[in-house]
Design a protein around this ligand. Structure first.
Ligand SMILES: Nc1ncnc2c1ncn2[C@@H]1O[C@H](COP(=O)(O)OP(=O)(O)OP(=O)(O)O)[C@@H](O)[C@H]1O
Length: 310
């Protein structure tokens, strides 16, 4: 497959002296859904903003649909649709007008059939004459997508499409993004949510503190990320972890009040029953058990740790 986006050695140092991107290399294939995962402040918006020509890069290059984003700005920008995090539209405008207007901004001639198709695909057709401010939050987000699609971009950026959205709407949004892909548009979305990447993406990139830590096929990454932590809260604290339990996945926590065990949710045997049996055999009493999914933060910590160790 051909690349629709190539980012090479991209660096950004803001006027404040803060380095938001550190030599980022990334290639996006035409037709894929790529999820960029990262915590707050990782540099996701900065990266998208540079690609869309909203922020100047400090070094490196970006090519979109074969053109350089600085030299061929008009062509590359019109190949891109951007759905920002924030609602950026006139609240008093009618849905259909704001979508037509967005298309006009790219110098494209009016195309009522296309606008109708976009609004129908996004289940907004019956709201076409409503003013934006009369819509629900989920509908407003869909209007932002309609605007971004109005000039027929080949590459669509969705900056945190489901931030602050309830579970049901999130699922609707995932369905919608899946349907958009069927139309042939390449999609890059940023997210804090692992489930979102898991549900949608073909490939996932993890960014932290301006560094792209890895880019991988989703399946391979999910295997790595599919970890849970079991916390065994002890009835009485212990001074140290008995040698019988010592292993990379077991640790004494909370001043000796808890034993933590990290296990692979995809493995046939998690090792939990064996661990609990061992704890029982050692005469250690426990009063509570709790499991939690590894958070994105845990994953970053372990990724950064691996990076440093390598
Ligand atoms: N104009 C600016 N001047 C100085 N620093 C900035 C500017 N814009 C962003 N930053 C800093 O660059 C870093 C990356 O910000 P960015 O918005 O790209 O992160 P993000 O990954 O999109 O985060 P979030 O998930 O919170 O949206 C942050 O530390 C931010 O404070």
């Amino acid at each position: 497959m051909a690349s629709i986006l190539t980012v090479a050695g991209l660096t950004k140092v803001y006027a404040s002296g803060f380095q938001a991107l550190k030599r980022v290399d990334l290639s996006i294939e035409e037709g894929e859904i790529f999820a960029l995962l990262g915590p707050n402040g990782a540099g996701k918006t900065t990266l998208i903003s540079i690609i869309c020509g909203l922020v100047n890069p400090s070094g490196g290059s970006v090519t979109v649909a074969g053109g350089d984003i600085i030299r061929d700005y008009r062509d590359t920008r019109s190949a891109i649709g951007l759905v920002p995090q924030e609602l950026a539209t006139d609240q008093f405008e009618k849905v259909i007008d704001t979508v037509r207007f967005s298309r006009g901004l790219f110098g494209k001639r009016r195309d009522d059939a296309l606008v109708e198709k976009i609004l129908r695909d996004l289940s907004l057709w019956d709201k076409k004459d409503n003013r934006i401010r009369e819509l629900s939050g989920g509908m407003k987000r869909r209007v932002m997508i309609a605007k971004a699609l109005s000039h027929e971009p080949r590459l669509l950026f969705l900056d945190e499409p489901t931030a602050g959205v309830d579970v049901e709407l999130r699922r609707d949004m995932w369905k919608l993004i899946g349907a958009l892909r069927q139309t042939g548009v390449t999609i890059v979305l940023t997210t804090h949510y692992i489930e979102e990447a898991e549900e949608m993406a073909d490939r996932v990139g993890v960014i932290n503190r301006g560094e792209l830590l890895l880019v991988e096929e989703k399946r391979a990454l999910m295997k790595k990320l599919g970890k849970k932590t079991l916390t065994v809260t002890l009835a009485e604290p212990i001074a140290q972890l008995p040698a019988e339990l010592a292993g990379s996945a077991v640790a004494l926590k909370d001043g000796g009040h808890a034993i933590e065990y990290v296990f692979d949710t995809h493995a046939d045997r998690t090792g939990i029953s064996g661990l609990l049996r061992q704890i029982g055999d050692l005469g250690i009493a426990y009063k509570d058990l709790d499991t939690r999914q590894s958070s994105l933060e845990d994953i970053f910590v372990s990724l950064v740790h691996q990076e440093k160790a390598a």
